[in-house]
Design a protein around this ligand. Structure first.
Ligand SMILES: [Zn+2]
Length: 146
């Protein structure tokens, strides 16, 4: 059994590790991206699950893509009211769905950080970056490539 450490400074929800997503978050904690891949149809799978959503195969492997991850903004939302506790200090919160360059068909949703609202647009190039939220947890985020 593992016990999640929580920082007194970090007020936002910390993603829970589950049997399906643990390798994703373990890689994120090391500032790397790991994505499931179907061993039968060879397609990438995200978000993680117990079986391939494309062909139903339960034979899945994890591929680590390292720390050099880029993509293109497919869609985004911007909120000026905090939807969850802890977000009241970084408004507007910009959440981007990004098509990842390194794997076809995978879109990853995460906060877009360090961007002014007027800089954000569909089609813009972004790079994955990680922020350390506790001693042993990190979150993948998107940042505009400038
Ligand atoms: Zn498959």
């Amino acid at each position: 059994m593992s016990i999640e450490k929580t920082s007194s400074k970090y007020e936002k929800p910390i993603p829970l590790k589950t049997i399906d997503n643990k390798p994703y978050w373990d890689a994120a904690d090391q500032h790397e991206l790991a994505i499931q891949s179907c061993e039968d149809c060879k397609r990438a799978i995200h978000p993680p699950g117990p079986a391939c959503p494309h062909c139903g195969s339960p034979t899945i492997e994890w591929i680590n893509y390292g720390s050099d991850v880029t993509g293109t903004i497919y869609s985004f939302v911007m909120t000026y009211v905090p939807m969850l506790p802890g977000f009241q200090h970084d408004l507007p919160t910009i959440i981007a769905q990004v098509e990842v360059d390194q794997m076809e068909g995978v879109r990853i949703t995460a906060n877009l950080i360090n961007a002014a609202p007027e800089e954000v647009a569909i089609g813009k190039a972004v790079k994955m970056t990680w922020i350390d939220i506790t001693e042993d947890r990190a979150l993948p985020q998107w940042a505009l490539m400038k």
